[in-house]
Design a protein around this ligand. Structure first.
Ligand code: SAM
Length: 592
């Protein structure tokens, strides 16, 4: 019997297989709550129902990604969509180490996201079957599978020119096809069809050009060499074999306590699960090789199948000294999994990737918005109120930051005016008095900041307008955060960090469509260390962040609540508690 509940599946769903998990459609409301990247494509009608524009490929992609994550725990792909999103013009190139017989990840990546994928495989049988799968899905133009010898992981295959050439040619063919489609639309009367044109120019290797001109061939070879010299993979992914031997595999199976089977290999053949030295050795070698290929690969990722393996792998990773890394923990079925990503690219930030478990198990602190203290009782009014408080704090941004830096620089140069010096002295003495403020325990030198802020309010406004600083959930503080409430696409994020001592920074973002799920706000308070004044220092340690949290304003029945989720920061949840106390004080403070 079909479910007759409201929002029942569309008619076609009854033709789906009984066990098809999408026979009952996924809850968009739930997805929108859990996944900001999905939420940004949602619209809400007056009844609060969530709608998705299925004609928008980006919206469909976001839906697929979130469902893959939610229903299949395909975290690697989730991580990768961050890479994929960074530039819609850029054709993403990825590599899957050990594709297995199904070649599932490259096929999904190519089909769902349009990525170009290189897959490697040591096992002959799996290699054969993976190649057949690629052909059966007609994806041979985007997915290239290579048979590699045992012991080869990244080096010796990803730096091979042959594979890179294939990928470049594929990219070029696609570009030419797109251009041809475009010109077909523009001029359909052309005597030579665009498809013919593109076919004749397809190969970038000079020897394949149909043109007889020698100079054309030379030009093509030169172009190809240039392209090859700048070629890079956007990411690598891997679900490594887990056990070091068949014996270990059998023993572990019998005494399975804290873990299930290695990721996705429950039904796999022995070779899929066994590698000399086991998972730790495998991933450690991958990490070492990643150092050697850091200019050719942007993001390295791998799954880890056991908690016991996480620590040694993290140690190996620390030894490699990547510019950023992230470890996520998530559930796959009933077992825990780990995903690790790292990069040597100083312009990247990976630490805003949060595991679903982190989000789910993190209980919020709640601030009930009292009806009696608000003139208009609505989510929007509550939101505006909170925004005002945050703006009070946000006002410190930029002004104080740059002013202090400037003053320090001026002082160093001996250029500080007597007025400036006096101001600094005043600030310092006031700083000592400032002991009884709502959030002094968060190291707020508020008095000093207020003085500086008021002096520079105009300059600040200008600067704010220009920079429009905002931040999103779980994103590390960066001056170059855009105004959309999302972290900037990766290639746009700056390697530059703005730093000053005891700098309090509060940045916020507002979700756009949230009558239904309320409003969201992220807050980040960053205390930066003197020693990190060097702007060239690309790393900002977690300990530099006092508090990062996420706010959601919701209407639950007749009540409006603000839920504050602790993300991280050295002040811990206590810091969040204090911030909420500050807000409570603001709420009850008599209006002047
Ligand atoms: C755990 S399976 C993963 C298969 C598939 N990627 C998945 O997630 O379902 C590991 C695969 O890696 C392959 N493999 C082992 N060592 C390898 C290496 N050095 N390079 C490439 N593939 C390797 C194995 O043959 C096996 O197919």
């Amino acid at each position: 019997m079909e479910s007759k509940k409201k929002g029942a599946p569309p008619k076609l769903n009854k033709f789906m297989h009984q066990r098809n998990r999408y026979r009952t459609p996924p809850s968009f409301k739930k997805l929108a709550t859990q996944y900001p990247e999905f939420r940004e494509h949602c619209t809400y009608d007056l009844s609060g129902k969530v709608h998705l524009d299925f004609k928008n490929p980006k919206a469909v992609r976001a839906l697929t990604t979130c469902l893959l994550d939610q229903d299949f725990g395909l975290k690697s792909l989730y991580l990768m969509t961050h890479a994929a999103r960074y530039d819609s013009e850029h054709m993403v190139v990825g590599a899957d180490i050990g594709v297995g017989a199904a070649c599932i990840y490259p096929l999904l990546g190519a089909k769902q996201f349009g990525w170009c994928m290189l897959g490697t495989e040591t096992d002959q049988l799996s290699y054969g079957s993976a190649t057949t799968n690629v052909l059966n899905n007609n994806l041979q133009d985007r997915v290239f599978v290579k048979k590699v010898e045992n012991g080869i992981i990244l080096k010796g295959v990803l730096d091979e020119k042959e594979a890179q050439s294939q990928i470049l040619e594929s990219k070029l063919r696609r570009k030419q096809t797109e251009d041809a489609d475009l010109s077909k639309n523009i001029d359909t009367t052309d005597s030579q069809t665009p498809t013919q044109t593109s076919q004749s120019e397809m190969k970038i290797d000079g020897s394949h050009c149909t043109s007889d001109s020698q100079s054309d061939k030379l030009k093509a070879v030169k172009n190809k060499n240039e392209e090859l010299s700048t070629f890079f993979y956007d990411f690598t992914m891997c679900n490594p074999p887990f056990f070091s031997s068949e014996e270990e595999m059998d023993t572990m199976k019998k005494s399975r306590k804290d873990r299930g089977e290695p990721v996705s290999a429950a039904t796999g053949a022995v070779h899929e699960k066994v590698t000399a030295g086991g998972e730790i050795t495998f991933v450690t070698q991958m990490i070492k090789e990643s150092q050697l290929l850091k200019d050719k690969i942007r993001i390295f990722t791998t799954l880890i199948g056991s908690k016991a393996h996480v620590k040694p792998i993290k140690t190996a990773l620390n030894g490699a000294n990547p510019t950023c890394s992230v470890l996520t923990e998530f559930c796959q079925g009933r077992t825990m999994r780990w995903g690790i990503a790292w990069s040597f690219d100083p312009t990247l930030h990976l630490d805003y990737v949060k595991s679903k478990k982190d989000i789910v198990t993190n209980k919020p602190l709640v601030l009930i918005m009292p009806r009696s203290l608000m003139t208009v009782y609505s989510v929007m009014a509550a939101w505006n109120m909170i925004k005002k408080w945050l703006q009070q704090l946000k006002a410190f941004k930029a002004t104080w930051l740059h002013q202090r830096r400037k003053k320090r620089e001026d002082m160093k140069k001996g250029m500080t005016t007597s007025k400036g010096k006096k101001e600094i002295e005043e600030h310092n003495s006031e700083e000592n008095e400032a002991t009884d403020h709502d959030i002094t325990r968060l190291s707020l030198k508020r008095k000093r900041e207020r003085l500086e802020t008021s002096q520079l309010v105009e300059q600040n406004e200008e600067e704010q307008k220009r920079k429009n600083p905002k931040i999103c959930v779980g994103s590390t503080y960066d001056e170059n955060i855009n105004g959309s409430g999302k972290a900037l696409p990766m290639e746009q994020t700056s390697s530059k960090r703005s730093c000053s001592s005891h700098h309090l920074d509060i940045l916020n973002s507002q979700s756009e469509n949230s009558q239904e799920i309320g409003k969201q706000e992220s807050l980040e308070i960053v205390q930066e260390k003197e020693k990190q004044h060097n702007l060239g220092n690309d790393k900002m340690e977690r300990s530099d962040c006092i508090l990062r949290c996420n706010f959601q304003v919701k209407q639950l029945g007749r009540l409006i609540n603000m839920e504050a989720y602790f993300l991280d920061g050295s002040s811990g949840k206590d810091g969040l508690n204090q911030l909420l106390q500050f807000m409570r004080n603001q709420l009850t403070k008599p209006t002047p």
